[in-house]
Design a protein. Sequence first.
Length: 176
Amino acid sequence: MSEPTVDQLADVVERTGRLISGIAPDQWTEPTPCAEWDVRALVDHVVAGNALFTASLSGQGGKPDGYVDSAERMLAAFRAPGALDKVVEVPFGRVPGMVALHLRIADVVVHGWDIARATGQRADYPDDVVEQALAFSLAALPAVRSDRSPFAPPQPVDDDAPVLERLAACLGRKVS
């Protein structure tokens, strides 16, 4: 499995930002594939996740001013010298910065898929980045204690389904 890059994270963050920008005013209360969240709560979750990773990497907290601000702060934290080499605290426990980068890419991509599904948009992420996120997720999920996992159990999906659907199903989304 190849290692992710901060440039890949920047790309998926930007693509997810386009999906967020494409949310119509009447879609913010629509349900999402994340059963407990509507579109607004899901976007708030992504912003909070960006802030969590920023704080973990940089020690700098503070409430971001929306998605773009949270994304810029997070990317700056991942780009800081030594960020990928340090051990950081994430919801699963303490992990190397490179693992945190893998986690954030997978999370942003899957939540972008969630937003696209909920709002009738098309999620467009590079297949190679999604393949990398899927390989990482398949390797990492068995090590996550069930009481610490933020994901639903993997769902069935055809082996020949698009890679983004296979990632979504791996992380508990029903894709059919």
